[in-house]
Design a protein around this ligand. Structure first.
Ligand SMILES: [Zn+2]
Length: 262
């Protein structure tokens, strides 16, 4: 059987089209990476829902018992009194079980918000400075390999396991040459001496890297992101942080004042 159809020729290493949305998302991720490399994260607090985790009722022959695991609390085991056989004792036990169960369900459905501490993450400012100085791909790759935190694509656990949490960071290694070339572009604010100057470099380099991540030429990505319009109902990272282009404060100023997602 012959089927005539136009098969889109897949050019190696080139997706059909990079959406502006994806580009914008990676811009945010790369800003996070370079900003973190430069400044690290201070200790912070975040609010999460305290969802209880486990409720087990063990019955059968003899004593019944409840096993309840709340949020951030040691588990509780409640045992029925031995030899509680009178109707009154049984009724008391039943209502106790019911009460614990209701409380658990209520906490499941309406978990109370709790604030938890988020540990500080140190900067790797030495690597940020080196990245700005780097002139060759080899230098960039060496810097990438030296990073223990911010340029690593993997989140590692003490037991030796890991997850590939930031796969996009590998693009810095792969695109090391394009990264160096992009710093020669006149749009790179290499000599901006203002306090916020370094954050303009963060923004520019994040745009370059976002482009490389979605396989766009860095200069195309820089232009696309610079001219991007954000609708009034836009909920991208920039609009959520209330910065340019929809809001008057620029990313560079916002970062220079020490703000970022925590
Ligand atoms: Zn937006």
């Amino acid at each position: 059987m012959k089927v005539s159809q136009t098969i889109e020729k897949k050019l190696p290493g080139r997706p059909k089209e990079a959406s502006g949305e994806e580009l914008l998302r990676y811009e945010g991720l790369w800003v996070d990476t370079f900003r973190g490399l430069r400044d690290g994260n201070p200790e912070g607090e975040t609010e999460i829902a305290a969802v209880p985790s486990l409720f087990i009722k063990r019955s059968g022959a003899g004593q019944e018992q409840l096993y309840i695991e709340g949020f951030g609390k040691p588990p509780r085991v409640i045992r029925q009194q031995k030899f509680s056989t009178t109707p009154d004792e049984l009724r008391t036990w039943r209502s106790r079980v019911q009460k614990e169960h209701d409380q658990f369900e209520e906490a499941m459905l309406n978990p109370a918000p709790v604030r938890i501490k988020v540990a500080a993450i140190p900067s790797e400012s030495r690597l940020w400075a080196a990245l700005k100085r780097a002139e060759t791909a080899t230098q960039v790759r060496r810097i990438y390999s030296q990073s223990k935190i911010w340029l690593k694509p993997r989140l590692e656990f003490p037991n030796g396991r890991f997850i590939e949490y930031w796969p996009f960071r590998r693009i810095l290694y792969k695109g090391a040459e394009a990264f160096c070339r992009a710093k020669l572009d006149p749009r790179y604010p290499g000599r901006d001496q203002r306090k916020s100057g370094d954050y303009r470099r963060v923004e520019y380099l994040a745009r370059v890297m976002a482009g490389l991540t979605v396989r766009l030429a860095p200069s195309t990505a820089v232009e696309m992101l610079r001219k991007m319009k954000h609708a009034e109902q836009c909920i991208c990272w920039r609009c959520l942080m209330q910065i340019a282009p929809r809001y008057p404060i620029s990313l560079a100023r916002f970062l220079a004042e020490g703000n970022w997602f925590r």
